[in-house]
Structures are given as structure tokens and as C-alpha cells.
Design a binder for this molecule. Structure first.
Ligand code: PEP
Ligand code: MN
Length: 337
């Protein structure tokens, strides 16, 4: 349920109603991104009864049957914008996050960070902890990888998005991450979602490869409920019957999510295609469709990458792509997409 307050409602009246809701053992969430003052209530809202409708401070009681609430546009009509040290995600220009799949060495990381920053990325991506399908594949450098990220962050002055895979590691990864990445395989790792939800570090939540958009939004809801409102949703390709590409980019996720939620939508064309020759087309399509940003894999020498080399752009490919992205972003702004 959503309670929309009258424009004349005083803050005492609003607090009085919030206390009333709490006394019924329900949790009220105040929305701040709206022109209207409102609270969302989660739980068995039948207890509230309709007599609240006649309270002088209440303009309207809206029953919503959506099972995600804080993520929905009913709760917050205005887009969420997330301020990071070098960019705002959810502004006019798409945010570019780029870098290797995995942190492999200081040299590999620093050279990539310098290159992607010079050509328009404001975040360096790269995993110190890698969720690999096979237990025999490279699992990431772990703490050594985090130390490399910290050193490169200081030297290059770029923000860091890096994956956290377990609740126990949230504090450690938080020391270097400007944005936590929650990988596809962990979209429904509920203890992990709750743990990052307790921090105030922004989160890039990747869609599970077989996750519906409803499940995706409910995963975001787990984080929002804990108090962290800075969640970006990242579509990274889903499993379908076709096998010409690693996954299938679900570009419809951009307009559908933007209709249903106020959270920024990011596209990862690298995991979607699995092939660096297809990445530029998907990246341009994503920004033309109105995505708020891109997560792109880039490596100084893709054939030697320890992880996801086939889908990593070379430095030259990345440099060529960025001006094309900017042209497509202005197409989406002109058409109001
Ligand atoms: C990654 O970004 O390198 C990654 C492992 O992505 P996903 O979780 O989408 O597979
Ligand atoms: Mn990868």
C-alpha cells in the first residue's frame, strides 16, 4: 500500500501516521524522490483499514498489487540518480564502466585503467573474486587483486566497480569498491543482497541468466529494503535457444524496466554476446534504446586474458567505440527514449 499525503500535511502528521503504521507491526518507507510526500507500506496492509482515508493529512491510499514496492515507480516516480566521484549514473550521458573481466596483474590493470579513463570511462571494472562455472578455472587473485585495484584507483584517479561474492567479504571489498558488483549467479543470493543492502555503497546488480524481470526487481527490492537505495540494474544477456552468441541480449529490458522502476538500467554487451566483434553493435543499440550506462570488458591483450578474452575489446576497439556511443546517446536524448 502507498499513502499519498496532502500537500498541506505537516511533518508531525506524517510522523504520527508512520508511528501508527509501526504500531500495527508494519514497516513504513518514506519516499524522498517525489514531488508528493508519500510512504510505502510493506506487509499485511489489511490491518490498516480504510478509515485512514479520512485523515486530514491523507490525500489518497493506493493499493498496489506489485510484489516489489520500493523499486517501483508507484513508490518513486522520479528516476534515481546515483552520484559517484567522477559521474552521476542516471544523468543525460551514459556512464561507461570498462576494464578487464579479472584483475590479473598490476601492469594489466593500470594500463587498462589509464586507457579507458582517457577515452571516456569513469569507472574501472575488474574482478578480484571471480564466479567461474568450472572450479578448475582461474578464480581471481582475491585480496591481492583488491590491493592492485586500490593502488590503481589512487594512481589513476578512477572509480572502481568490483564483484563481491559472499556476505563475509562485503566489508573487505567495501574498502576499495565505489560500486559493488553482484554477479548474475548471485542475483538471488539473498544473504548477500541483504548484507550489501546494509552498506551505503552503490550496487550494480546483474540479472540472472534465467531471471525474469519480476525476479530481477524483487532481488533489487531485497537490497532497497535494507536501506541502500542506490541500486543499478544490469542486463547482461539471458539464456535462450540460440547458440550463435554466448547469451541473448534482452534489449526490451531497457524500456520495460524504465517503465516499472526508477532505478538506472545498465547494459553489459560483453557477457551478452561473448564475442568482441559483436560488442560495439550491442553497445550502440543499448544507448540508443536509452540505457543509463554500459559495462564493457576491455583487455590490453585479449588472447592472453585469463578470463573472457574472446569478448574483451582491444584498446583500439574501445577507443573507436566511445565516440560512436556518444553519437547514439544523443539520438536517444533527441527522441526522448
Ligand atoms: C563479469 O562481469 O565478469 C561477470 C562474471 O558477469 P556475470 O555475473 O554477468 O556473468
Ligand atoms: Mn567476465
Amino acid at each position: 500500500m502507498i499513502i499519498i499525503f496532502d500537500s498541506e500535511a505537516t511533518s508531525e502528521q506524517i510522523h504520527e501516521i508512520m508511528d501508527h503504521v509501526r504500531n500495527l507491526d508494519l514497516t513504513p518507507y518514506r519516499s524522498e524522490g517525489n514531488k508528493q510526500d508519500l510512504i510505502g507500506i510493506i506487509g499485511d496492509t489489511d490491518k490498516i483499514g480504510s478509515n485512514l482515508q479520512s485523515h486530514p493529512a491523507v490525500k489518497e491510499l493506493v493499493q498496489t498489487d506489485r510484489d516489489y514496492k520500493l523499486a517501483s515507480r508507484d513508490f518513486q516516480s522520479q528516476d534515481t540518480a546515483i552520484s559517484l566521484p567522477h559521474t552521476t549514473v542516471g544523468s543525460d550521458q551514459p556512464t561507461i564502466m570498462a576494464g578487464p573481466c579479472a584483475i590479473e596483474s598490476y601492469e594489466q590493470t593500470v594500463s587498462t585503467a589509464r586507457h579507458v579513463k582517457e577515452h571516456g570511462a569513469t569507472l574501472l571494472r575488474g574482478g578480484a573474486y571471480k564466479p567461474r562455472t568450472s572450479p578448475y578455472s582461474f578464480q581471481g587473485l582475491g585480496e591481492e587483486g583488491l590491493e592492485i585495484l586500490q593502488q590503481v584507483k589512487n594512481e589513476v584517479d578512477i572509480s572502481i566497480v568490483t564483484e563481491v561474492m559472499s556476505p563475509d567479504n562485503v566489508n573487505l571489498v567495501n574498502q576499495v569498491a565505489d560500486v559493488f558488483q553482484i554477479g548474475s549467479r548471485n542475483m538471488q543470493n539473498f544473504p548477500l543482497l541483504k548484507e550489501v543492502g546494509k552498506t551505503d555503497t552503490p550496487i550494480l546488480l546483474k540479472r540472472a541468466m534465467s531471471g525474469t524481470l519480476r525476479e530481477f526487481l524483487l532481488a533489487a527490492e531485497y537490497i532497497l529494503r535494507e536501506g541502500n537505495r542506490e541500486v543499478m540494474l544490469c542486463e547482461r544477456g539471458i539464456k535462450t535457444f540460440q547458440n550463435a552468441t554466448r547469451n541473448t541480449l534482452d534489449l526490451s529490458a531497457v524500456p520495460v524496466l524504465q517503465e516499472k522502476t526508477h532505478l538506472p538500467v545498465i547494459i553489459d554487451p560483453s557477457h551478452a554476446s561473448g564475442n568482441n566483434t559483436y560488442v560495439p553493435a550491442l553497445a550502440k543499440g543499448a544507448v540508443a534504446a536509452g540505457a543509463d550506462g554500459l559495462l564493457v570488458e576491455v583487455h590490453p591483450d585479449p588472447p592472453s586474458a585469463r578470463c573472457d578474452g574472446e569478448q574483451s575489446l582491444t584498446f583500439e576497439q574501445f577507443k573507436t567505440l566511445i565516440p560512436e556511443i556518444q553519437a547514439h546517446a544523443s539520438v536517444s536524448a533527441d527522441t526522448g527514449m
